[in-house]
Design a binder for this molecule. Structure first.
Ligand SMILES: [Zn+2]
Length: 63
């Protein structure tokens, strides 16, 4: 009996066997894509978020 898992990246069926070297990914490519996604998430969390409030310029003509 062979366990079948789904590739986290492309959701293709991957057989959980020693020959599937990149399991749970179907290929090295999908593995790299997933790792890249993780790196991107890290940058998002660590990076400076632009949280500038909207321009409050409405009082320019109401004085
Ligand atoms: Zn895949």
């Amino acid at each position: 009996m062979t366990t079948i898992v789904k590739c986290p990246t492309c959701e293709k069926d991957v057989r959980w066997v020693p020959e599937s070297r990149f399991r749970p990914f179907c290929s090295d490519r999908c593995k790299q894509i997933d790792l890249g996604a993780w790196a991107t998430e890290k940058y998002k969390i660590g990076g400076s978020q632009q949280d500038t409030p909207p321009d409050e310029d409405s009082h320019s003509g109401l004085n």
